[in-house]
Design a protein around this ligand. Sequence first.
Ligand code: HEC
Length: 235
Amino acid sequence: MNSSNDPSHLDSIDLKKDLVEIDHAPAPLESLQAQGFFRPVPLWFLTLSMVLLFWAGLYLAFYSGGFKAEVFNPDVVSWSGGGAGGVAAPVDLKVIGKKVFSQTCVICHQETGLGVPGQFPPLVGTEWVLSQDWHGDNHLVKQVLYGMQGPITVKNMPFNNAMAPWNQLSDQQIAGVLTYIRSSWGNDAPPITPEFVAKVRADTKPRSEPWTMAELKACPKEMCSASSAAPVPAK
Ligand code: HEC
């Protein structure tokens, strides 16, 4: 009677049975381990990843083409073409020229290149800028190097004013600004190279005063491209 009425005896048996069952049910982690889910990363995979990363680094270093942000930024212009070290960006004369124009020429010749009637001559389609007839390319370089003064006709319009010399500009800057005005606003004349500017500068070295149209007219373009300090008077 005593033993059959003792509920704790039954309970303990049931508990033991449950524990045995829990013992036998595989824990999820263990079962995953048993199925081989947690193997160490194979050595060949690690090695391959390292080799690929290293190769990617080398590839970027060698084949990025010396990429620099300012190459595509028209506002950043390096006059010397490329800074210290690295691959020098190709010099774009028009980009340099546009900057020189907006800093030095625009006040008089205007953004449109049309000048100011009666005061500052236009640069659009003029015989000087396009170097037609006797207006040689070297005349154009000389005008910017030494300036102009006195009466001048531009597209059959008379002007009588003065333009200051711009010989403090480098060969590259003058070549740039002339290339720019010769290819803007519908103008379509070949570029002027820095080498050509250097040659004209050297050929006209002792000169310091601005040109007059009469002087340049007296000097056909063939004769002026030869080395002569002052224009050779035509007789
Ligand atoms: C202060 C005003 C002024 C500035 C700045 C100036 N010019 Fe001129 N430019 C003139 C004047 C004035 C003439 C005509 C000179 C004369 O009357 O003898 C002229 C003439 C010219 C001519 C020949 C005539 C023509 O229009 O085709 C060219 C080319 C020229 N300038 C280019 C330039 C360039 C390039 C710059 C900038 C580097 C520049 N000028 C800056 C006033 C200026």
